[in-house]
Design a protein around this ligand. Structure first.
Ligand SMILES: Cc1cc2nc3c(=O)[nH]c(=O)nc-3n(C[C@H](O)[C@H](O)[C@H](O)COP(=O)(O)OP(=O)(O)OC[C@H]3O[C@@H](n4cnc5c(N)ncnc54)[C@H](O)[C@@H]3O)c2cc1C
Length: 391
């Protein structure tokens, strides 16, 4: 019997959830396993999610999207994960386009958003992280130098996920050297990079093999031209624009972790009821029950924080602390649920055909990316508790 994760709790997105569930049922474990083995992109799944309009949930109706609140987008991502699918193949489009929406000019919005909503253009790549700077974004070295027609970019990004499967990249680059700016976060700018043109003009993409199927890459820029009209907002203010999208990113990833946790909890519970050892279901043993029950409690607490953060975001209220806490708590809850699920399954937890080890590998990422747990704790310590900055 499936667990009723949705008792009457005022969730207004039940229709969306039901639609996503129906779609995900067409992409069972048999679909994901060979892709995982071959590190291949789930093109059919992304096509179906796009065609159903889910990736355009946050694009306003005037630009061809559905203009839904972030809480609806969170429900979509949660259900994708809960259905055993992997939203990492396409989730970035939802939060990346926020920078364009909030800080792009009318021409840029008209040029890109309707085509993204129709699924004709993919904005799936977000180029921030670099090998030498890591989490210290203000130290990135990729430089966009002004020339007559626009900018010329040189440098390198790492962990630029989905770059091979995206038409556009939201790129953060320095436009003024760090030593020439008053604040270390000044002098950074955001661009919409058309990768179809850039690949003919000095852009090289190299895939990185990772422990889960994530289509991540490193990207090299060798005198890549970007037209001036592709600068988002004001030159030098890019860090602020990227930062403003990060709360949405954290909330959506947290929702995915809630979906993963529910998937693990359901699998573990079902198996614990059925699996007979010593002539009794293993679920009769408290040693099996308690880790699942604890993970359930952790998941529900994290879920409340995700809902709180999304509600604040949707009401244009400050939500930095809640978005960060939601991501931290949900990533830990999904990991606890994954651990309980694998332990409940004993040896079978390691068999690929059960999909548990795949989901276990996939959900581990979210304690590191898009922001690692330590950096969230530092944020809370400094900005919420008023403790001294530790770095
Ligand atoms: C599969 C994958 C996909 C990704 N996709 C993207 C993407 O699409 N676009 C993109 O731009 N980036 C992407 N990233 C990058 C991701 O956001 C970073 O890996 C993450 O922010 C951590 O940065 P780092 O790897 O450079 O770790 P580092 O900054 O080198 O940190 C290493 C460790 O040290 C800890 N640490 C560092 N400084 C401190 C401190 N002051 N206090 C306490 N602890 C500290 C960190 O918490 C971490 O545990 C992806 C990463 C992965 C692995």
């Amino acid at each position: 019997m499936p667990i009723d994760f949705d008792p009457e709790d005022g969730d207004t997105h039940q229709d969306i959830r039901a639609g996503v569930r129906k779609l995900c049922a067409q992409f069972p474990g048999e679909y994901w396993r060979p892709l995982d083995r071959e590190a291949a992109y789930p093109a059919e799944f992304v096509k179906a999610v796009t065609a159903a309009g889910y990736l355009a949930a946050l694009i306003p109706e005037e630009y061809g999207g559905s203009g839904l609140p972030l809480s609806a987008a969170a429900a979509i991502m949660e259900e994708i994960q809960r259905g055993g699918c992997n939203g990492a193949a396409c989730h970035a489009q939802m939060y990346i386009m926020g920078a364009l929406l909030r800080h792009g000019n009318d021409d840029q919005k008209r040029k890109y958003l309707p085509a993204i909503a129709r699924g004709e253009l993919r904005l799936q790549a977000f180029g921030v992280t670099e090998p030498t700077s890591g989490t210290d974004t203000s130290s990135i070295k990729t430089f966009a130098k002004r020339d007559n027609a626009g900018y010329i970019v040189n440098g390198q990004k790492i962990w630029t996920s989905r770059a091979e499967h995206s038409d556009l990249m939201l790129l953060l680059a320095r436009t003024t050297p760090k030593h020439q700016v008053a604040k270390r976060t000044d002098g950074l700018s955001v661009f919409i990079l058309d990768m179809r043109q850039a690949r003919e003009n000095g852009l090289t993409i190299r895939p990185i093999r990772t422990m889960m199927n994530h289509s991540t890459t490193e990207v090299f820029f060798d005198n890549v031209p970007i037209p001036a009209e592709n600068l988002i907002g004001e030159e030098g203010s890019g860090f602020r624009y990227v930062l403003s999208g990060m709360n949405a990113e954290r909330i959506l990833i947290a929702a995915e972790c809630i979906g993963d946790a529910k998937w693990f909890i359901e699998k573990a519970t079902d198996y614990a009821k059925d699996r007979m050892v010593f002539d009794r279901p293993i679920g009769k043993n408290q040693g099996i029950q308690f880790p699942i029950a604890r993970a359930y409690a952790q998941m529900r607490a994290a879920e409340l924080m995700v809902q709180k953060a999304a509600a604040l975001f949707d009401n244009d209220m400050s939500c930095g602390a809640e978005a960060n806490m939601a991501k931290l708590l949900a990533a830990e809850a999904s990991w606890a649920a994954g651990e309980a699920c694998i332990q409940t399954h004993g040896g079978f937890g390691f068999a690929a055909e059960y999909d548990i080890e795949r989901k276990f590998r996939e959900t581990r990422l979210y304690q590191v990316a898009p922001i690692s747990t330590n950096l969230i704790l530092s944020f809370l310590a400094e900005h919420v508790l008023g403790l001294p900055r530790s770095y």
